[in-house]
Design a protein around this ligand. Structure first.
Ligand code: NOJ
Ligand code: CA
Length: 577
């Protein structure tokens, strides 16, 4: 029928329709690309239900007896990880590297370091991971490369080299560096290169020159690296040192603060070489690429407060899906400090990403432990961060109560910054020791000599022994992780703080429709009595059905009017309306 025979409304519709259908198609294509299928009625994505587990590959499992963990070693432990309740592993850098910073100095982004295996081993791991329902997240070191990377080798070769401008080269102030910036690993952030008589900039070690992200060629090269790995089945990246990507184009001096740091350098505020606004342009671009593969971006985001953390999600949720809440690792072990922080995070609206440890900080077992109740405290902290709203990232061995094994002599230190800063900064070797698998020599990590020594605690704190003990830290992790995967309130429920004036016991509800989970954590060394009236929260019941507890209870139910808590204990119960 000719259009002019139709009424005005129909004519308008006919005119709109082709555009409308195009829009529908575009939206559909965008959705298909921008995310994978939601995993629940709330529209959550796979990474919101997943539990992530950080593996320091040097230290997880050694398959060939050279004393250094490798990809085949990780591959041989996927059954363990699956049974624990891990859905994705983040492997810290396993790319070719001179290993000055143990892999965070990458000399080739598109290969595997022979010490860890081959690209073929990576594919095997990826495939086997898929069969186990375990995704692989790689560590993407985008701020800097190794000084042995072919880009830097070219860049330093002459002032007119093709890749000269891929890094940050400047004339000095006479023989002095271009400005007062200091490296966070000690010493000036500038190194003089005699061949071309200029300084290059490095936020970290001199062997880690910073890339010049203002150069579009650098930008494109790094986007392509991410595409390259997505094609090989990688499910996302943990982005290293994102705060440090840009520097002030005028290279202004940082404001100097009183005192000196652990390396004897003047303290300064990183005003001109940290968290510059341009960082967000890069994150948005990386996200566009990630969205095409349904991949997740996790950020190493050290922030001073929750407002700063919030910026990393992007104004339109178009930057990092998972900026890590590393402030969580700095909280004092107390009900009040956790309650306050969780409330602020929850109110900020982003999807929380709780972390209690990683390869750069003292293990949570030592940080939270009081030296007397460390195992009980480890169970409390596990029950906390695995039952909160958000995604949790575990650190290998945390589930065993692995502890730091710090070097006691400078000559034993492997981490260069520990030698530079000794004895004020002893480096990070202590939190990177081999995974404790069993009671055999070297905790079953290697048939050779491990690259770092295993602490004596491996005799009791290891997978094999803890597996047999229903009250071990490992057994508590297993139970809480199993609950977290099955229980809708834990996966999707809101967070309601309870008894907010209690300074000893942290309690909260996770509510989802007619179900709720009550979490009660005694964070004190004394027994506590506690009671709840949850009528105002929509659950007038007086009874909770026990889901998990670290206490010996006589009955499967507890009365909410009186719960007796042992020192440093956990109670998790289900409520219904
Ligand atoms: C953060 C990493 O976690 C750390 O281990 C590394 O030394 C620096 N970034 C430099 O890449
Ligand atoms: Ca090995």
């Amino acid at each position: 029928m000719p259009v002019y025979f139709l009424g005005k409304r129909s004519r308008d519709f006919m005119l709109i329709r082709p555009r409308f259908s195009l829009l529908i198609v575009l939206i559909f294509v965008h959705l298909a690309h921008s995310q994978s299928k939601p995993v629940d009625a709330e529209g959550h994505q796979w990474w919101q239900h997943a539990v992530f587990y950080e593996i320091y590959p040097r230290s997880f499992a050694d398959s060939n007896g050279d004393g250094i963990g490798d990809l085949n070693g990780i591959n041989s432990k996927l059954d363990y990880l699956k049974s624990l309740g891990v859905d994705a592993i983040w492997i810290t850098p396993c790319f070719p590297s001179p290993q000055v910073d143990f892999g965070y100095d990458v000399s080739d982004y598109e290969n595997i370091d022979p010490v860890y295996g081959t690209l073929g081993d990576f594919s095997k791991l990826e495939k086997n991971g898929k069969q186990h329902g375990i995704r692989i997240i790689l560590d993407f070191v985008i701020n800097h490369t190794s000084d042995q990377h072919k880009w830097f080798v070219n860049s330093r070769s002459s002032r007119t080299a093709a890749k000269r401008d891929w890094y940050i080269w400047r004339d000095g102030n006479g023989s002095q560096p271009p400005n007062n910036w200091v490296s966070i690993f000690g010493g000036p952030a500038w190194t003089f290169d005699a061949r071309t008589a200029q300084f290059y900039y490095h936020y970290f070690y001199p062997q880690q020159p910073d890339l010049n992200w203002r150069n579009p060629a650098v930008h494109d090269a790094m986007m392509n690296v991410s595409r390259w790995w997505y094609k090989r089945g990688v499910a996302g990246f943990r982005l290293d040192a994102v705060d440090a990507l840009f520097e002030d184009p005028q290279l202004r001096d940082n404001p100097v603060l009183p005192g000196v740091n652990k390396y004897g350098d003047p303290n300064e505020e990183n005003k001109y070489n940290d968290k510059l606004p341009e960082v967000h342009d890069v994150l948005r671009d990386l996200r566009k690429v990630a969205d095409k593969s349904g991949a997740v971006l996790i950020g190493e985001t050290w922030t001073k407060d929750v407002a700063e953390l919030k910026q990393y999600y992007g104004e339109h949720s178009n930057e990092l899906q998972m900026p890590m809440d590393l402030m969580f690792t700095e909280l004092k072990f107390s009900a009040s400090s956790f309650r306050q922080h969780i409330a602020t995070v929850d109110a900020s609206g982003g999807w929380p990403v709780y972390v209690i440890s990683n390869h750069d900080i003292v293990r949570s077992y030592n940080r939270y432990g009081d030296g007397q109740h460390n195992d009980a405290i480890a169970k409390v902290i596990a029950s906390l961060y695995l039952t909160l709203r958000g995604t949790a990232i575990m650190y290998y061995g945390e589930e065993l109560g692995m502890e730091n094994n710090d070097p006691v002599r400078k000559e034993d230190v492997k981490d260069p910054k520990g030698r530079l800063g000794w004895p004020l900064d002893i480096g990070r070797d202590g939190e990177r020791t081999p995974m404790q698998w069993n009671t055999s020599p070297n905790a079953g990590f290697t048939a050779g000599k491990p690259w770092l020594p295993v602490p004596a605690s491996y005799k009791t704190h290891n997978v094999e022994s803890e597996q047999k003990d229903p009250s071990s830290i490992l057994s508590v992790y297993r139970q809480v992780l199993a609950l977290r995967h099955q229980n809708r309130a834990l996966l999707d429920g809101d967070y309601i703080a309870l008894n907010e004036n209690d300074t000893n016991v942290l309690s909260y509800l996770r509510r989802y429709n007619n179900e709720a989970v009550l979490v009660v954590l005694n964070m004190s060394a004394q027994p506590q009595q506690i009671s709840f009236d949850l009528t105002a929260q929509g659950f007038p019941t007086k009874i909770a059905h026990t889901l998990m507890t670290t206490m010996n209870l006589d009955s499967k139910n507890v009365s909410l009017t009186e719960i007796s808590l042992e020192p440093f204990s956990v109670y998790i119960g289900a409520l219904s309306r």
